[in-house]
Design a protein around this ligand. Sequence first.
Ligand code: ATP
Length: 249
Amino acid sequence: MLLEAKNLRLFYDTAQVLDNLSFEVDTGELVSLVGPNGAGKTTALRAITGLINWEKEITRGTRLAKIHYEGEITFDGERIENLSATEIAHRGLALCPERGRPFREMTVLDNLLVGAYLNKDKEETERNLEGVFELFPRLKERRSQISGTLSGGERTMLAIGRALMYRPKLFCIDEPSTGLAPLIKDEVFKRVKDIYEGGVTILLVEQDVSFAFELAVRNYVLSRGRIVATGTAEELLEDEKIRRIYLGL
Ligand code: ATP
């Protein structure tokens, strides 16, 4: 297994957000986490990419919620649950956050180059950049534009491109379709599909279940921080209760 998350438990003060959550992703797979709002999907991605550890650091001594977090995460044969987000990124685990979040004051090109800072090989960076521009010609056209002025769809493309600049072993994508108009959403979905078919292993969180179900080899249905069902799209859709209660279909 490339990633194994075991018994993740997380509390913000007394509110339990992850409840013995376990899931796995093998190399070459696209796996999805789906489920209703507030189920803990984003939190699960933040946990495996080290952002909860970072949040713990910044909330220490402030009035923000106290975080209690435990569990085991093995990535590429190594335990990573106590590592920082930077150390985890170095090991090849990338996150594309919801709504992109580029450095707004930097150009598109500079944002992409930030994604490449882990790579000291200039020629490879150049090749990766060409690859990203091929995938998203719109980013190439707009490479000198200040990122804060991009549209929502372009910001999402930029965030995906930025994470791809360091050729992740596992690419976690958090709700790429959030806030996008249907046509742009379709384009983003097509590009995610291209990335997956190009050989990148993906852990996808997506509200649009139909998209996750089209590609994922396995889907984990979360509700209140717990996994309530696991399976292929066909298996999950057969279950009337899961369809109605957790997937809203
Ligand atoms: P959505 O589909 O709406 O994005 P989600 O499944 O991704 O939902 P999370 O964003 O992981 O859900 O949130 C799970 C729960 O944890 C929510 O109830 C949220 O309010 C809570 N939560 C997240 N971050 C914090 C925080 N820093 N402090 C307190 N509570 C938090």
